[in-house]
Ligand binder design. Sequence first.
Ligand SMILES: Nc1ncnc2c1ncn2[C@@H]1O[C@H](COP(=O)(O)OP(=O)(O)OP(=O)(O)O)[C@@H](O)[C@H]1O
Ligand SMILES: [Mg+2]
Length: 257
Amino acid sequence: MSKIISICSEKGGVGKTTTTVNVAGGLVQLGKKVLVIDLDQQQNASRTLGYIKDGKPTVSELIYNEVAEIGTDFSEIIRHSESGIDYIPSSPMLTNITSTMANDEDSNYIIRRILSNDVFAEYDYILLDCRTLLDLLASNAMNASNYVIIPIESGIYAYEGLDKMLNKVASINNSTNRNLRVLGILLNKRQRTNVSVSLADSIRGEYENITFRTTIPYCPAQTEKAIMNQKGSVFDKSSSLGQAYRELAEEIAEREK
Ligand SMILES: Nc1ncnc2c1ncn2[C@@H]1O[C@H](COP(=O)(O)OP(=O)(O)OP(=O)(O)O)[C@@H](O)[C@H]1O
Ligand SMILES: [Mg+2]
């Protein structure tokens, strides 16, 4: 059975997309078969994985079709990236998708129904890159998932997004998906400043069991380099970010054994 993981936070710019794509890359390096689903109309994950608009259906059509009970040709919907990660791209149509989703009789489980299709069974991991809204699309992602990863920026506002996300996971746990677990809080953009260090200590103290051992350093030069090389946020294996994400992938593979 695939492990389905939502990478989710209501706070923007914390590293959801960077984490989705690089954890996927790390898991592929470990020999796993991985699918990334881009659930953000900004299409950052799609572009990072090499997506260029190709006229074929995206995740938006997949959701529309499911609500309208129209079959989808899955061979067209799954793209294959050079890095070995498979992905389903998003489109700007995703912006207002929740008004369509709300019409579904079983609107909490549209993505779960889609992922129950046989073509998805071959993946060891399915990673869902969520957008910043905790709306019906995000709940759908979490209702379809076994786990959530919550990336946070190691700065003074880290707690803001974290509390909201933990409450959201708890409320989903109590209502629509009892199996959902926090796989880990990920300390991203770790710096050597006092604020960053003491924040990391206090999060670890408070949420010891659910904070990843691995942290991701703040390396703007490496993210810039990846962008200049037209790799979006896919990091070189030998870079410190590449290595940190590989370590995180190992921790994830270990954690849910
Ligand atoms: N460890 C890091 N060091 C330096 N820059 C980083 C790091 N992680 C992410 N970034 C940069 O921070 C920005 C936001 O990252 P990312 O797009 O992954 O966040 P997000 O949570 O997906 O954002 P959004 O809310 O827009 O979806 C990007 O420019 C990314 O390159
Ligand atoms: Mg993003």
